[in-house]
Design a protein around this ligand. Structure first.
Ligand SMILES: NC(=O)c1ccc[n+]([C@@H]2O[C@H](COP(=O)([O-])OP(=O)(O)OC[C@H]3O[C@@H](n4cnc5c(N)ncnc54)[C@H](O)[C@@H]3O)[C@@H](O)[C@H]2O)c1
Length: 342
Protein backbone atom coordinates (compact mmCIF):
# COMPACT_ATOMS: atom_id res chain seq x y z
CA UNK A 1 0.00 0.00 0.00
CA UNK A 2 1.22 3.48 -0.84
CA UNK A 3 1.88 5.46 2.34
CA UNK A 4 1.04 9.09 2.82
CA UNK A 5 3.86 10.94 4.61
CA UNK A 6 2.52 13.66 6.84
CA UNK A 7 3.91 16.56 8.86
CA UNK A 8 1.90 18.31 11.58
CA UNK A 9 2.23 21.99 12.51
CA UNK A 10 1.15 22.77 16.07
CA UNK A 11 1.13 20.24 18.90
CA UNK A 12 -1.64 21.71 21.04
CA UNK A 13 -5.07 20.27 21.80
CA UNK A 14 -6.15 19.57 18.25
CA UNK A 15 -2.70 18.81 16.76
CA UNK A 16 -2.09 16.08 19.33
CA UNK A 17 -5.58 14.66 18.80
CA UNK A 18 -5.07 14.36 15.03
CA UNK A 19 -1.61 12.84 15.53
CA UNK A 20 -2.95 10.26 17.99
CA UNK A 21 -5.70 9.36 15.53
CA UNK A 22 -3.37 9.21 12.51
CA UNK A 23 -0.91 6.85 14.14
CA UNK A 24 -3.63 4.16 13.85
CA UNK A 25 -3.92 4.65 10.07
CA UNK A 26 -1.90 1.94 8.26
CA UNK A 27 -1.62 4.10 5.16
CA UNK A 28 -0.08 7.08 6.99
CA UNK A 29 3.36 7.80 8.35
CA UNK A 30 3.80 10.88 10.57
CA UNK A 31 7.26 12.09 9.58
CA UNK A 32 7.53 15.18 11.76
CA UNK A 33 5.73 17.60 14.05
CA UNK A 34 6.59 21.23 14.66
CA UNK A 35 5.75 23.47 17.58
CA UNK A 36 7.33 26.73 18.72
CA UNK A 37 7.63 25.04 22.12
CA UNK A 38 9.23 21.91 20.64
CA UNK A 39 11.06 21.14 23.87
CA UNK A 40 7.70 20.57 25.60
CA UNK A 41 6.53 18.12 22.96
CA UNK A 42 9.46 15.66 22.82
CA UNK A 43 8.22 13.07 25.34
CA UNK A 44 4.69 13.01 23.93
CA UNK A 45 6.07 12.69 20.35
CA UNK A 46 8.35 9.80 21.35
CA UNK A 47 5.45 8.00 23.05
CA UNK A 48 3.48 8.35 19.82
CA UNK A 49 6.27 7.15 17.54
CA UNK A 50 7.03 10.56 15.95
CA UNK A 51 10.78 10.75 15.54
CA UNK A 52 11.25 14.30 14.33
CA UNK A 53 10.20 17.32 16.40
CA UNK A 54 11.14 20.79 15.22
CA UNK A 55 10.52 24.39 16.24
CA UNK A 56 10.29 25.56 12.64
CA UNK A 57 7.41 24.43 10.41
CA UNK A 58 9.62 25.23 7.39
CA UNK A 59 11.59 22.07 8.18
CA UNK A 60 8.39 20.21 7.26
CA UNK A 61 7.75 22.28 4.15
CA UNK A 62 11.35 21.83 2.96
CA UNK A 63 11.29 18.05 3.42
CA UNK A 64 10.74 16.56 -0.06
CA UNK A 65 9.62 13.28 1.51
CA UNK A 66 6.58 14.87 3.14
CA UNK A 67 3.43 14.81 0.99
CA UNK A 68 0.89 16.57 3.19
CA UNK A 69 0.68 18.83 6.21
CA UNK A 70 -1.89 19.32 8.93
CA UNK A 71 -2.07 22.94 10.08
CA UNK A 72 -3.10 22.85 13.75
CA UNK A 73 -1.37 26.01 14.98
CA UNK A 74 -3.35 29.09 16.16
CA UNK A 75 -5.67 30.71 13.64
CA UNK A 76 -3.49 33.79 13.09
CA UNK A 77 -0.69 31.57 11.71
CA UNK A 78 -2.84 29.67 9.16
CA UNK A 79 -2.68 31.93 6.10
CA UNK A 80 1.11 32.37 6.09
CA UNK A 81 1.70 28.63 6.47
CA UNK A 82 -0.93 27.78 3.82
CA UNK A 83 0.76 30.11 1.34
CA UNK A 84 4.19 28.54 1.84
CA UNK A 85 2.78 24.99 1.89
CA UNK A 86 0.90 25.54 -1.37
CA UNK A 87 4.09 26.90 -2.99
CA UNK A 88 5.93 23.81 -1.75
CA UNK A 89 3.24 21.61 -3.34
CA UNK A 90 2.10 20.00 -0.07
CA UNK A 91 -1.48 18.83 0.32
CA UNK A 92 -3.13 20.64 3.22
CA UNK A 93 -5.54 19.81 6.00
CA UNK A 94 -6.16 23.05 7.92
CA UNK A 95 -8.03 23.60 11.14
CA UNK A 96 -10.91 26.07 11.19
CA UNK A 97 -11.19 28.95 10.59
CA UNK A 98 -8.85 29.57 7.65
CA UNK A 99 -8.35 33.14 8.84
CA UNK A 100 -10.01 36.08 10.55
CA UNK A 101 -9.59 38.20 7.43
CA UNK A 102 -11.91 37.31 4.54
CA UNK A 103 -9.75 39.00 1.92
CA UNK A 104 -6.94 36.61 2.91
CA UNK A 105 -9.25 33.60 2.83
CA UNK A 106 -10.18 34.65 -0.72
CA UNK A 107 -6.46 34.59 -1.59
CA UNK A 108 -6.20 31.07 -0.16
CA UNK A 109 -8.81 30.01 -2.73
CA UNK A 110 -6.48 31.20 -5.50
CA UNK A 111 -3.27 29.70 -4.04
CA UNK A 112 -4.86 26.27 -3.63
CA UNK A 113 -6.27 26.34 -7.15
CA UNK A 114 -2.97 27.43 -8.68
CA UNK A 115 -0.99 24.79 -6.77
CA UNK A 116 -3.39 21.99 -7.76
CA UNK A 117 -3.23 20.53 -4.26
CA UNK A 118 -5.91 19.01 -2.03
CA UNK A 119 -7.13 21.32 0.74
CA UNK A 120 -9.54 20.15 3.41
CA UNK A 121 -10.87 22.30 6.25
CA UNK A 122 -11.53 20.96 9.76
CA UNK A 123 -15.31 21.32 9.98
CA UNK A 124 -15.57 18.07 11.90
CA UNK A 125 -19.27 18.26 12.80
CA UNK A 126 -20.27 17.19 9.29
CA UNK A 127 -18.72 13.79 10.12
CA UNK A 128 -20.55 13.28 13.42
CA UNK A 129 -22.75 10.16 13.38
CA UNK A 130 -25.87 12.09 14.42
CA UNK A 131 -25.34 15.12 12.17
CA UNK A 132 -24.62 12.94 9.15
CA UNK A 133 -27.78 10.92 9.82
CA UNK A 134 -29.85 14.12 9.91
CA UNK A 135 -28.26 15.05 6.60
CA UNK A 136 -29.06 11.65 5.05
CA UNK A 137 -32.70 11.82 6.19
CA UNK A 138 -33.08 15.38 4.91
CA UNK A 139 -31.52 14.58 1.55
CA UNK A 140 -33.80 11.52 1.27
CA UNK A 141 -36.77 13.89 1.75
CA UNK A 142 -37.95 12.14 4.94
CA UNK A 143 -39.00 15.45 6.53
CA UNK A 144 -40.41 16.76 3.25
CA UNK A 145 -39.44 20.30 2.30
CA UNK A 146 -37.26 21.77 5.04
CA UNK A 147 -38.88 24.82 6.62
CA UNK A 148 -36.86 25.56 9.77
CA UNK A 149 -33.42 24.42 10.96
CA UNK A 150 -32.67 24.96 14.64
CA UNK A 151 -29.15 24.46 16.00
CA UNK A 152 -28.38 24.64 19.71
CA UNK A 153 -24.66 24.99 20.35
CA UNK A 154 -23.52 25.82 23.87
CA UNK A 155 -20.10 25.20 25.40
CA UNK A 156 -19.67 23.83 28.93
CA UNK A 157 -17.38 26.63 30.14
CA UNK A 158 -15.94 29.89 28.89
CA UNK A 159 -12.34 29.83 27.59
CA UNK A 160 -9.57 31.80 29.35
CA UNK A 161 -9.21 35.53 28.74
CA UNK A 162 -6.07 35.16 26.59
CA UNK A 163 -7.97 32.79 24.28
CA UNK A 164 -10.97 35.14 24.08
CA UNK A 165 -8.72 38.05 23.07
CA UNK A 166 -7.12 36.19 20.14
CA UNK A 167 -10.10 34.02 19.13
CA UNK A 168 -11.72 36.42 16.67
CA UNK A 169 -14.91 36.46 18.74
CA UNK A 170 -17.92 34.21 19.22
CA UNK A 171 -18.99 34.23 15.57
CA UNK A 172 -15.58 33.50 13.98
CA UNK A 173 -14.37 31.12 16.66
CA UNK A 174 -17.39 29.23 17.95
CA UNK A 175 -20.51 29.79 15.81
CA UNK A 176 -18.39 29.21 12.69
CA UNK A 177 -18.97 25.45 13.21
CA UNK A 178 -22.72 26.08 13.37
CA UNK A 179 -22.64 28.21 10.22
CA UNK A 180 -20.95 25.38 8.36
CA UNK A 181 -23.33 22.79 9.79
CA UNK A 182 -26.29 24.95 8.75
CA UNK A 183 -25.00 25.17 5.15
CA UNK A 184 -24.33 21.43 5.16
CA UNK A 185 -27.79 20.44 6.41
CA UNK A 186 -29.80 22.92 4.35
CA UNK A 187 -27.67 22.38 1.25
CA UNK A 188 -27.81 26.12 0.70
CA UNK A 189 -25.79 29.27 1.11
CA UNK A 190 -27.10 31.97 3.41
CA UNK A 191 -28.79 35.11 2.13
CA UNK A 192 -29.31 37.17 5.29
CA UNK A 193 -28.30 37.20 8.95
CA UNK A 194 -29.78 38.92 12.01
CA UNK A 195 -28.24 38.70 15.47
CA UNK A 196 -29.22 39.43 19.05
CA UNK A 197 -26.15 39.19 21.25
CA UNK A 198 -25.38 39.77 24.93
CA UNK A 199 -22.84 39.33 27.67
CA UNK A 200 -24.49 37.06 30.25
CA UNK A 201 -21.70 34.74 31.37
CA UNK A 202 -18.71 36.91 32.25
CA UNK A 203 -17.96 40.66 31.91
CA UNK A 204 -14.51 39.72 30.55
CA UNK A 205 -16.20 39.12 27.18
CA UNK A 206 -17.32 42.77 27.09
CA UNK A 207 -13.79 43.88 28.08
CA UNK A 208 -12.50 41.90 25.06
CA UNK A 209 -15.10 43.50 22.77
CA UNK A 210 -16.92 40.17 22.47
CA UNK A 211 -20.22 38.56 23.49
CA UNK A 212 -20.88 35.21 25.15
CA UNK A 213 -24.54 34.66 24.28
CA UNK A 214 -26.29 34.91 20.91
CA UNK A 215 -29.40 34.15 18.95
CA UNK A 216 -28.63 34.17 15.24
CA UNK A 217 -31.41 34.01 12.68
CA UNK A 218 -30.60 33.02 9.12
CA UNK A 219 -32.47 33.20 5.85
CA UNK A 220 -31.06 30.73 3.34
CA UNK A 221 -30.99 31.23 -0.42
CA UNK A 222 -33.28 28.19 -0.85
CA UNK A 223 -35.93 29.83 1.39
CA UNK A 224 -35.26 27.78 4.56
CA UNK A 225 -35.24 29.71 7.85
CA UNK A 226 -32.63 28.96 10.50
CA UNK A 227 -31.90 29.80 14.10
CA UNK A 228 -28.67 29.18 15.99
CA UNK A 229 -28.58 29.53 19.78
CA UNK A 230 -25.10 29.96 21.30
CA UNK A 231 -23.71 30.30 24.79
CA UNK A 232 -20.12 30.12 26.00
CA UNK A 233 -21.23 28.53 29.27
CA UNK A 234 -23.97 25.94 29.66
CA UNK A 235 -22.09 23.84 32.29
CA UNK A 236 -22.50 20.89 29.93
CA UNK A 237 -21.85 20.53 26.18
CA UNK A 238 -25.15 21.15 24.44
CA UNK A 239 -25.13 20.17 20.76
CA UNK A 240 -28.57 19.55 19.32
CA UNK A 241 -30.33 19.97 16.01
CA UNK A 242 -33.95 20.00 14.94
CA UNK A 243 -34.94 20.05 11.27
CA UNK A 244 -38.62 20.83 10.75
CA UNK A 245 -40.15 20.13 7.36
CA UNK A 246 -43.43 19.84 5.47
CA UNK A 247 -44.10 16.20 6.44
CA UNK A 248 -42.14 15.73 9.64
CA UNK A 249 -39.21 16.76 11.79
CA UNK A 250 -35.86 15.22 12.59
CA UNK A 251 -34.23 15.81 15.97
CA UNK A 252 -31.01 14.71 17.62
CA UNK A 253 -30.23 14.89 21.31
CA UNK A 254 -26.93 15.21 23.12
CA UNK A 255 -24.63 12.19 23.14
CA UNK A 256 -23.95 10.67 26.53
CA UNK A 257 -21.31 8.10 27.55
CA UNK A 258 -24.22 5.72 28.27
CA UNK A 259 -28.02 5.89 28.27
CA UNK A 260 -28.71 4.30 31.68
CA UNK A 261 -31.41 6.16 33.62
CA UNK A 262 -31.65 6.08 37.40
CA UNK A 263 -35.21 6.14 38.80
CA UNK A 264 -35.69 6.86 42.52
CA UNK A 265 -38.36 8.48 44.69
CA UNK A 266 -36.58 11.82 44.07
CA UNK A 267 -36.84 11.63 40.30
CA UNK A 268 -35.05 10.34 37.24
CA UNK A 269 -31.44 11.05 36.34
CA UNK A 270 -28.99 10.08 33.65
CA UNK A 271 -25.36 10.79 32.81
CA UNK A 272 -24.44 14.30 31.66
CA UNK A 273 -23.49 14.62 27.96
CA UNK A 274 -19.89 14.10 26.79
CA UNK A 275 -17.85 16.88 28.40
CA UNK A 276 -16.66 18.86 25.34
CA UNK A 277 -15.69 18.65 21.68
CA UNK A 278 -12.75 16.28 22.10
CA UNK A 279 -15.08 13.67 23.62
CA UNK A 280 -18.30 14.50 21.74
CA UNK A 281 -16.72 14.53 18.28
CA UNK A 282 -14.08 11.82 18.88
CA UNK A 283 -15.28 9.64 15.99
CA UNK A 284 -15.91 12.62 13.71
CA UNK A 285 -12.24 13.67 13.90
CA UNK A 286 -11.21 10.18 12.78
CA UNK A 287 -13.73 10.18 9.90
CA UNK A 288 -12.65 13.60 8.59
CA UNK A 289 -9.03 12.38 8.54
CA UNK A 290 -10.05 9.25 6.58
CA UNK A 291 -11.64 11.51 3.97
CA UNK A 292 -8.55 13.70 3.68
CA UNK A 293 -6.17 10.74 3.38
CA UNK A 294 -8.45 9.14 0.80
CA UNK A 295 -8.67 12.38 -1.18
CA UNK A 296 -4.88 12.62 -1.42
CA UNK A 297 -4.08 8.94 -2.00
CA UNK A 298 -6.95 8.22 -4.40
CA UNK A 299 -7.42 11.66 -5.91
CA UNK A 300 -11.00 11.87 -4.64
CA UNK A 301 -12.82 15.09 -3.79
CA UNK A 302 -12.34 16.60 -0.33
CA UNK A 303 -15.68 16.86 1.51
CA UNK A 304 -14.99 20.34 2.98
CA UNK A 305 -13.05 22.83 0.89
CA UNK A 306 -11.78 26.42 0.93
CA UNK A 307 -15.10 27.78 -0.30
CA UNK A 308 -16.88 26.14 2.65
CA UNK A 309 -14.46 27.99 4.93
CA UNK A 310 -15.00 31.25 3.06
CA UNK A 311 -18.81 30.99 3.21
CA UNK A 312 -18.81 30.26 6.97
CA UNK A 313 -16.42 33.17 7.58
CA UNK A 314 -18.63 35.43 5.48
CA UNK A 315 -21.66 34.55 7.63
CA UNK A 316 -19.56 35.31 10.74
CA UNK A 317 -18.53 38.68 9.26
CA UNK A 318 -22.17 39.55 8.42
CA UNK A 319 -23.21 38.49 11.94
CA UNK A 320 -20.66 40.94 13.37
CA UNK A 321 -22.10 43.80 11.29
CA UNK A 322 -25.63 42.83 12.34
CA UNK A 323 -24.68 42.86 16.02
CA UNK A 324 -22.98 46.26 15.82
CA UNK A 325 -25.62 47.92 13.64
CA UNK A 326 -28.64 46.12 15.17
CA UNK A 327 -30.24 45.15 11.86
CA UNK A 328 -30.50 42.29 9.36
CA UNK A 329 -27.51 42.13 6.99
CA UNK A 330 -27.38 40.37 3.63
CA UNK A 331 -24.27 38.41 2.74
CA UNK A 332 -24.09 40.41 -0.49
CA UNK A 333 -23.74 43.60 1.57
CA UNK A 334 -21.19 41.98 3.88
CA UNK A 335 -19.10 40.79 0.94
CA UNK A 336 -19.13 44.26 -0.60
CA UNK A 337 -17.84 45.65 2.70
CA UNK A 338 -14.90 43.25 3.06
CA UNK A 339 -12.42 45.46 1.25
CA UNK A 340 -13.45 48.56 3.19
CA UNK A 341 -13.52 47.02 6.68
CA UNK A 342 -10.92 44.26 6.86
N1 LIG B 1 -12.11 21.57 14.69
C1 LIG B 1 -12.19 21.71 15.98
O1 LIG B 1 -13.04 21.14 16.64
C2 LIG B 1 -11.17 22.57 16.68
C3 LIG B 1 -11.06 22.49 18.07
C4 LIG B 1 -10.10 23.27 18.71
C5 LIG B 1 -9.28 24.12 17.98
N2 LIG B 1 -9.46 24.19 16.63
C6 LIG B 1 -8.59 25.10 15.84
O2 LIG B 1 -7.28 24.54 15.83
C7 LIG B 1 -6.30 25.57 15.92
C8 LIG B 1 -5.43 25.30 17.16
O3 LIG B 1 -6.25 25.30 18.30
P1 LIG B 1 -5.82 24.51 19.66
O4 LIG B 1 -7.02 24.58 20.53
O5 LIG B 1 -5.20 23.21 19.36
O6 LIG B 1 -4.73 25.53 20.18
P2 LIG B 1 -3.54 25.24 21.22
O7 LIG B 1 -3.13 26.56 21.74
O8 LIG B 1 -3.91 24.14 22.16
O9 LIG B 1 -2.37 24.66 20.26
C9 LIG B 1 -1.69 25.42 19.30
C10 LIG B 1 -0.24 24.94 19.28
O10 LIG B 1 0.42 25.57 18.18
C11 LIG B 1 1.72 25.96 18.61
N3 LIG B 1 2.19 27.02 17.71
C12 LIG B 1 1.97 28.35 17.78
N4 LIG B 1 2.56 28.98 16.72
C13 LIG B 1 3.16 28.00 16.00
C14 LIG B 1 3.92 28.00 14.80
N5 LIG B 1 4.21 29.13 14.14
N6 LIG B 1 4.43 26.82 14.35
C15 LIG B 1 4.17 25.67 15.00
N7 LIG B 1 3.43 25.61 16.15
C16 LIG B 1 2.94 26.76 16.62
C17 LIG B 1 1.53 26.38 20.06
O11 LIG B 1 2.76 26.34 20.76
C18 LIG B 1 0.53 25.32 20.53
O12 LIG B 1 1.19 24.16 21.06
C19 LIG B 1 -7.07 26.89 15.96
O13 LIG B 1 -7.14 27.40 14.64
C20 LIG B 1 -8.46 26.49 16.44
O14 LIG B 1 -9.48 27.35 15.98
C21 LIG B 1 -10.35 23.43 15.97
Amino acid sequence: MQKLRVGIVGAGRIGKLHAENLKNFKEVEIRAISDIFAEQVGDWAAQNGIEKVTEDYRDILNDPEIDAILICSPTDTHVGIIKEAALAGKHIFCEKPISLDLSKTAQVLQWVKQAGIKFQLGFNRRFDHNMSRVNELLKAGKAGDLHILKITSRDPAAPPEAYIRSSGGLFADMAIHDFDLARFLTGSDVEEVYVQGAVKVDPVFAECGDIDTAIITLKFKNGVLGVIVNSRQAHYYDQRVEAFGSVGSIAIQNDTPNTAELYTKDGVSRETPHYFFLERYKEAYVKEMHCFIDAVLNDSQVPVDVNDGYQAELIAFAAGISLREKRPVTLAEAEARIVQEV
